[in-house]
Design a protein around this ligand. Structure first.
Ligand SMILES: Nc1ncnc2c1ncn2[C@@H]1O[C@H](COP(=O)(O)OP(=O)(O)O)[C@@H](O)[C@H]1O
Ligand SMILES: N[C@@H](CC(=O)OP(=O)(O)O)C(=O)O
Length: 565
């Protein structure tokens, strides 16, 4: 076995006793006998390109010097320079203290070369939105006095002070924010485009503070605004969709910069750039998860980590029922259904890039890093799985639509759905019979505003041209995420629980996803239902003992059915 001397990208010299044929080599993988690359500390004096604090894995170039022959061979070692993306949500970076803890957490994984994605600090996004709304009607002279503006200023100035970093990192942004609010006050309007620009201040501020802090403690870091490095979206302000061009653009920019001057990238979550307008867009509330999974796919990383304030994805929303427990494993399909049907813990679109890139997503707790969290992968053993999680989506509107024509009318469903398409209203849950269908409407077509009464009236007006329509507000969707192969057991349990509580289920739907059964109940009864269902499914013995192998004629479970009101 030939001993080899290896230079890492920062030019520190290492000696390896691995055979050179074992390339690609990274300084953290080979068994060095001379210098060990002390990733968390300053490198030796031979290091010409000093990445103080973080000699990150993934060398761009290694120089092999084969001692056996004396010949010097140079080989390009094309290796990934980043291993994972770590996203920290607003709760994880809410204060200076939390930022310090997050920095410690990142440094506690020296074997990783992370790309960091951050959300806005704490409740900053909500405060920006409130400030914007107040600015519309407060008058220019009062705009500087908006309470939420003061809260935002105070939080960010206090944070830079406590972290002992130069306040100029935030002051120009805070001044610009105040000017923007005055502008909104002058115009007396807040367009969706301006709203996105307004909320972008949150992530722009948090990432600048955190990058400055890392640099201060000796970890070379570089701040990026996502809209400047290739996050290209549709021009749907407040709800932009990531476009394909994003992946190569982001990869190129991050790798190019790394080759030129290695530093930990600190990237704004939630933000993008509209491809036609060139203006700042946002990806919908909680969109930083999507930023993280997009980066994971773009760079082909080994893992995507989303760090939250809970021990992973739980059996239900802990704010609804506190005895929720962590779910150790999930599939992308389960996680996507769970997120789509209202579990705030993950952004509804965030699983798509991870699924496409087949990159595992780990949901962890930044307040309790030792907790194993949830690992989300393409497949998992579902044989013993009955129910994984219960999700509640509130404030749902339900429509019962019955055809005015005879049985078997051709194209009835197509006509109904084309009305929704024309009005750009998304439908959540559907159950059909031959001549009628029931469906629920997404309560927040856009994250910023609810489906307003005028729009609902218009939907009903259009539908009434072909059907009898009954609209009911104040409903909730309870989604039972689990293994639909065991639907009879799930339904038997669920209906028994709800019957015991005297609850009338108004619609049920079992989608093609094979992981979700949705029940529609009255909103004011829904929390009690979740609690009772949780007790029955997760707190009264192991349900898998009751499993029988499903005997389904064609191997597929029942599709949809409806329980009439
Ligand atoms: N099934 C669930 N599992 C875990 N958390 C959930 C679930 N449903 C809702 N939540 C809520 O999601 C929150 C975490 O998501 P979020 O606030 O977006 O985190 P972050 O801002 O840190 O990214 C939790 O504090 C919890 O209240
Ligand atoms: N700050 C944005 C984006 C985001 O992802 O936030 P969080 O990770 O804190 O949910 C929001 O509040 O929607």
């Amino acid at each position: 076995m030939a001993a080899a001397r290896v230079r890492c990208h920062c030019n520190a010299l290492f000696t390896s006793h691995r055979n050179s044929s074992t390339l690609p080599i990274s300084p953290t993988r080979v068994g060095f006998t001379a210098l060990k690359c002390p990733r968390k500390f300053l490198l030796s004096s031979s290091c010409t390109r000093n990445v103080s604090g973080s000699c990150l894995k993934g060398t761009v170039r290694a120089v092999m010097e084969e001692e056996k022959t004396g010949a010097i061979k140079e080989r390009e070692v094309e290796e990934k320079r980043f291993t994972c993306v770590m996203k920290f949500g607003g709760s994880s970076v809410a204060t200076a203290e939390r930022m310090r803890e997050v920095a410690d957490l990142i440094l506690a994984f020296p074997e990783e070369s992370p790309v960091i994605v951050l959300s806005a600090m704490g409740k900053t996004t909500n405060n920006l939105l409130l400030a914007g709304e107040k600015a519309v009607s407060c008058g220019v002279s009062n705009a500087s006095e908006i309470e939420e503006l003061s809260v935002i200023k105070e939080l960010h100035l206090r944070t830079v002070k406590e972290l002992k970093i130069d306040p100029s990192v935030v002051t120009s942004f805070l001044e610009e924010l105040e000017q923007l609010l005055k502008g909104i006050a002058m115009m007396k309007e807040l367009t969706l485009r301006t709203r996105d620009y307004l909320v972008s201040f949150g992530e722009c501020l948090s990432t600048r503070i955190f990058a400055a802090y890392l640099n201060k403690i000796g970890v070379k870091a570089r701040q990026y605004d996502a809209f400047e490095i290739g996050f290209i979206t549709t021009d749907d302000f407040t709800n932009g969709d990531i476009l394909e061009a994003t992946y190569p653009a982001v990869a190129k920019r991050l790798y190019d910069d790394w080759m030129h001057d290695p530093a930990v990238p600190i990237i704004t979550g939630f933000l993008g750039k509209g491809w036609k307008t060139g203006a700042v867009t946002t990806l919908g509330r909680g969109g930083s998860d999507l930023t993280a999974t997009t980066i994971g796919k773009a760079l082909g990383l080994q893992e995507i980590q989303v760090w939250k304030d809970v021990d992973g994805v739980l059996t239900c929303d802990p704010t609804i029922y506190k005895r929720a427990t962590p779910v150790p494993f999930l599939t992308f399909d389960e996680a996507a259904e769970l997120a789509y049907f209202g579990a705030q813990v993950l952004h509804p679109q965030s699983m798509r890039p991870a699924r496409e890139g087949e990159i595992p997503v780990r949901v962890k707790n930044s307040y309790n890093p030792k907790a194993p969290g949830t690992i989300i992968t393409k497949t998992r053993d579902m044989t013993k799985t009955v129910l994984t999680s219960i999700v509640l989506k509130r404030n749902v509107t339900m429509l019962d639509i019955a055809s005015t024509r005879m049985l078997g009318q051709v194209g009835f469903l197509a006509k109904v759905f084309s009305i929704f398409e024309d009005l750009e209203i998304s439908v959540d849950v559907v159950a059909t019979s031959e001549v009628s269908l029931s469906l629920t409407l997404d309560p927040s077509k856009l994250w910023s505003r609810e489906l307003i009464q005028q729009e609902l009236d218009h939907v009903v007006e259009e539908l009434e041209k072909i059907a009898v329509v009954n609209l009911s507000k104040g409903r909730a969707i309870i989604s039972l995420i689990g293994n639909v192969q065991h639907s009879s057991l799930i339904l038997e349990r669920a209906f028994h629980v709800l019957w015991t509580k005297g609850i009338n289920v108004q619609m049920i739907s079992q989608g093609a996803s094979k992981v979700n059964i949705s029940l529609i109940v009255n909103d004011d009864e829904a929390e009690g239902c979740v609690e009772a269902l949780h007790k029955s499914f997760f707190e009264s013995g192991d349900l898998s003992e009751l499993l029988i192998q499903p005997r389904l004629g064609n191997g597929s479970p029942v599709r949809t059915m409806q329980v009439d009101n």
